[in-house]
Structure formats: C-alpha cells, structure tokens
Design a binder for this molecule. Structure first.
Ligand SMILES: [Zn+2]
Length: 76
C-alpha cells in the first residue's frame, strides 16, 4: 500500500511532508503516518485506511486543541 509523500494541511492549506519512512513490509491498514506542515509547522498523524488508499486525518491535534481551549475557558 502506498501513502502520499505530501498532503494538504487542513489548517493552512500548505503542503505537509511525510516524516515517517515506509516499513519494510509496506504500509498496512491501521498504521500511523506522520506529516509536518511546511506552512504552520503542525504535525499530523494520519491513519492508513483501505477505503481510498489515502490516509485519513486523525483528530488528535484538533481534540488536543479543543481540550486546551476548554481548559482556557474554565480558567477565565
Ligand atoms: Zn499547516
């Protein structure tokens, strides 16, 4: 299975480059692939899925951000 070398960052629309090297046996469903955005420098961890052979965005980053925002609100 192939995963793209670059993806489009959902935050800023810039190219994000793959950080992870392909495993010897190739990518498998459920593997995580890390990308680093060249625009906002965010890291994205995508999960490989078989649907369309393109990794899907995992919501870690946005969930984490939401938690921080919630904490920020509760402190105010
Ligand atoms: Zn970005």
């Amino acid at each position: 299975m192939e995963v793209p070398k670059t993806i489009t960052c959902v935050d800023c629309g810039q190219l994000a480059h793959r950080l992870s090297y392909p495993p010897e046996e190739g990518w498998e469903i459920g593997d995580y692939v890390a990308y680093r955005c060249s625009g906002c420098n965010d890291r994205w961890d995508l999960e490989v899925c078989d649907e369309d052979a393109a990794p899907t965005f995992v919501s870690y980053a946005s969930e984490f951000r939401a938690i921080l925002e919630e904490r920020g609100k509760s402190q105010v």
